[in-house]
Design a protein around this ligand. Structure first.
Ligand SMILES: [Mg+2]
Length: 253
């Protein structure tokens, strides 16, 4: 696995780079930890604080696939969030939430998560360097454009990120190849000359590669949501990076 080669004008290795947002540019795992500390204190008060890591891991794994059902258009936003909240309550011995109590739970969650939105320390610099290289830069995320716009602003990345495609741009999300192609169209770059960088091996890097882009999997140490084997990684055939600082070199700059 190497860079994308010498295709195109040769002026630069790629013409565009698209980024995932959550756990790629923004430390969403850290924000979830803050949010879940609040909901655990209020709705799972019997649980020792030492179990906080288990709660976070269970939330991030979303092993029943509710968020992916939402991004595939199979489940509404509130329905998936309520199902995940109740899955958490059931897993850790809490009371089931009816609609009213879920709304209260969700208010605690959102207050916590939004107060903790922050950029990863390597995000702003790589975006600035790519833009200085003359590379078109944008974001493609499986959440709503308005919500992600507020997130980028809170994380100090709004000015650095001129373009954002979300779940509501086409009405469905990654891994559908059409969202990657729409993002390239809006960016003004050819898919084969555009890299996509994200923290999910399947719906980010592999899906981008399947859509004709250059797939880059951001595998930050200790950040995997689900178990991924070395065979899975090898079979994916994508560029693998432990952080964004090595992105430009990996692409051939
Ligand atoms: Mg992500």
């Amino acid at each position: 696995m190497g860079g994308p080669g010498a295709a195109g004008s040769g002026a630069r290795p790629v013409d565009g780079v698209l980024f995932d947002i959550d756990d790629t540019l923004v430390d969403t795992r850290g924000a979830f930890a803050r949010a879940l500390a609040g909901t655990t204190s209020a709705y799972l008060p019997h649980l020792p604080a030492a179990r906080g890591g288990d709660v976070l891991a269970h939330w991030r794994a979303d092993s029943l696939g509710y968020y992916r059902q939402y991004t595939a258009g199979e489940l509404g936003y509130e329905a998936q969030r309520m199902a995940r909240a109740n899955d958490l309550q059931a897993e850790f011995g809490g009371a089931a939430l009816d609609l009213d109590s879920f709304h209260a739970w969700d208010a605690v969650f959102e207050e916590g998560v939004q107060s903790a939105w922050a950029a990863h320390s390597d995000a702003l610099q790589v975006i600035a360097e790519l833009r200085a290289d003359g590379v078109a830069v944008g974001a493609l995320s499986n959440a709503l454009v308005g919500y992600q716009t507020r997130k980028l602003a809170r994380a100090g990345l709004a000015g650095a990120m001129p373009m954002l495609v979300g779940l509501d741009t086409l009405g469905f999300g990654k891994p559908d190849p059409r969202v990657f192609l729409e993002a390239c169209r809006l960016l003004g770059t050819e898919p084969a000359r555009t890299a996509y960088v994200g923290d999910e091996l399947d719906i980010d890097a592999q899906a981008a590669s399947a859509a004709g882009l250059i797939g880059v999997w951001l595998d930050r140490p200790g950040a995997r949501r689900v178990e991924i084997s070395a065979d899975d990684v090898a079979a994916a055939g994508v560029i693998v990076l432990p952080g964004l600082a090595g992105l430009r070199a990996a692409l051939g700059f």
